[in-house]
Design a protein around this ligand. Structure first.
Ligand SMILES: [Zn+2]
Length: 215
C-alpha cells in the first residue's frame, strides 16, 4: 500500500490526499479491473516509442501522421509535447507535419537546447525539403526563448519560420482579457484586407502583416 501511494503521489497534479483516495479506490476494485489498469500501463510503455521523424509518441514508426500521404510534408509545426499534437489534431487545424521538441528551454528547470530535438529539426529542414516552420511553443518567456533558439538554429537554411498568433482567444470577451493578452493581441495585429467575401483559409493562415502596415 505504501508503495502504491508513493507511486501515485509522483503523478502530476496528484497530492497526498488524492493519492490516498485513488489507492483506496484500487483496493476496492474487482481484481479484473485492477489487472486491466495495470496491464494498460504496462502495455502503453511496451508498445509506444518515439517517431524517428517527428519524435511524436507512436506505436508504428514512422507515426501515422508522418506516413499520411495526404498531408503536406513541406510544412512543419513545432510543438513542445506530444499532447500538443493531439490538441492540433483534435482541432483539425493543421494539414502539415509536426515536430515534437520534448519540452522547452528552461534555465530554471535545467533544460538546455541540447536536450530538445532541435538538431533533428534542423536535419529535417536540410534533408526533407521542408519550406515552412510554424513554431507553436507556449506563449511565455520560456516558449519565446525556445522559439528564438529554433530560429537561430535554422537561420542558415533560409526556411521560413513563423510563430502562431497569440493574444485574445477566439470567442473570448475583451472585458475578461488580461493586460498581457491585450498587449500580445495588439503586437500581433494584422491588416484587415478585403476578404469579407472570401472563405476562411482552410489550414494555414496568411503570414501576419508587418505591424507598421496595419491601419
Ligand atoms: Zn512522426
Amino acid at each position: 500500500m505504501d508503495q502504491l501511494l508513493a507511486e501515485l503521489s509522483r503523478l502530476p497534479g496528484v497530492g497526498r490526499k488524492t493519492a490516498e483516495r485513488l489507492a483506496h479506490h484500487v483496493l476496492r476494485m474487482p481484481r479484473e479491473d485492477a489487472d486491466r489498469l495495470a496491464r494498460a500501463i504496462h502495455e502503453v510503455k511496451r508498445r509506444t516509442r518515439s517517431c524517428s521523424v517527428c519524435a511524436n509518441v507512436t506505436e508504428q514508426d514512422p507515426c501515422s501522421i508522418c506516413s499520411d500521404a495526404r498531408r503536406d510534408p513541406q510544412r512543419v509545426c513545432v510543438v513542445e509535447q506530444a499532447r500538443d499534437v493531439v490538441a492540433f489534431e483534435e482541432a483539425a487545424a493543421w494539414r502539415g507535419l509536426y515536430h515534437v521538441l520534448g519540452g522547452r528551454i528552461s534555465p530554471l528547470d535545467g533544460v538546455r537546447a541540447g536536450e530538445l530535438t532541435i538538431g533533428e529539426l534542423v536535419r529535417r529542414v536540410e534533408n526533407d525539403g521542408v519550406t515552412e516552420i510554424v513554431v507553436a511553443t507556449s506563449p511565455d518567456l520560456e516558449g519565446d526563448g525556445t522559439c528564438l533558439e529554433i530560429e537561430r538554429a535554422l537561420e542558415h537554411t533560409g526556411v521560413r519560420v513563423s510563430r502562431i498568433a497569440r493574444g485574445v482567444p477566439t470567442g473570448y470577451s475583451l472585458e475578461n482579457a488580461s493586460a498581457a493578452m491585450l498587449q500580445d493581441a495588439l503586437r500581433g495585429r494584422y491588416a484587415v484586407e478585403e476578404s469579407a467575401d472570401e472563405p476562411e483559409p482552410e489550414s494555414e493562415p496568411e503570414p501576419p502583416a508587418e505591424p507598421d502596415a496595419a491601419e
